[in-house]
Design a protein around this ligand. Sequence first.
Ligand SMILES: *Cc1c(COP(=O)(O)O)cnc(C)c1O
Ligand code: SF4
Length: 393
Amino acid sequence: MASNDSRRLAIWPDADDTNWNDWKWQVRNRVTSLDQLRALIDITPEEEAGTARARGRLSMAITPYWAMLMDPDNPKCAIRRQVVPLSDEFYVDPTDMLDPCGEDKDSPVSNLVHRYPDRILLLATDLCASYCRHCTRRRMVGTKERIITSGNLEKAYEYIKSNRKIRDVLISGGDPFMLDDSKLEYILKTLKEIPHIELLRIGTRVPVAMPMRITPEFVNMLKKYAPLWISIHFNHAKEITKEVKFACDMLADNGFVLGSQTVLLKDINDKPSIMKRLVHELVKIRVRPYYIYQCDPVRGTSHFRAPIASGINIMEKLRGHTSGYAVPTYVVDAPGGGGKIPVNPNYTVAQSKDELTLRNYKGYIYRYKEPQEQVVDKEEKIDIGEKSSAESA
Ligand SMILES: *Cc1c(COP(=O)(O)O)cnc(C)c1O
Ligand code: SF4
């Protein structure tokens, strides 16, 4: 601890506890240059070349808090690999895409992505605490660190207001927790006033990348907009420090439902043992593992992509082997804009009208006999949205 404190002060001479615990100080003092990085880690040639070239779109930014968690001597450190650019980012694989999930084509007005009939994604800012090198939205995140303009916000509200089918708004970005309390409150308040909005959600990495942002005042503000569900981007058990635990405790104690979103990353968390440790640490801090995402084919991220088979292998080794609450859903966000599609190990060995043959997590075979009289009501129609039926027509 003492040695860590002195290391911290050697790099940021004004990093006393007051400054360190002030999130705005963290933002102002982010690591953005090669020289700063050299002071922190024993930099490799690949990191040096990557950092020198990572300018403009998704340039490097690392909060001092996160930077101090990086292993200075190990370039394979999971914390370090997520934020330090490598020259590999400039390799464009034939499978790479700029907008892999087709978000731009599902954007009826700017800053909104409307893919599912009953819920919508609002991109409130392109700011993040630290920039993840594997970011799905790297085409738009961290470019000029722009916050949604009030004009665009107004248009987004109008769109949501005029679409009565929308009951759930997911506020993401970038990272909405990077906004000042008053700015975020304005967004939450306006959305909450729309009568057909039943649920607000926030997607954030801030509780992990900059846990000091979760202050009592901030939590009290958020509390007014319950029910508010918060999905937090966690990729590795090493991210769960006492500071992160403290932030998540504060959120959970105040009634927010916390979920995690994890990106499957090659050589970072693509082993069952590593993922199991992560989900166990998450349930201990009252964060319910929600999704594991197959890493989207974003331009410049092929070095992060593990094969689908490794994701399925992880699911195989979680389901049945640990608490059901610790098992997330593994999904592929379908390239081209099909939405999130679950990918699972196959537990159905055979299926007929009378019988289902299943295997369990140990590989043993079981038979479920169907009743003689079978009534399945398939008549009820579920709205899949006008757009998708038009597309398939
Ligand atoms: C992920 C996502 C949602 C929310 O999906 P859930 O499965 O309900 O969490 C909504 N809209 C878009 C465009 C998304 O990518
Ligand atoms: S926090 Fe999210 S939006 Fe920001 S860089 Fe990381 S993955 Fe991208």
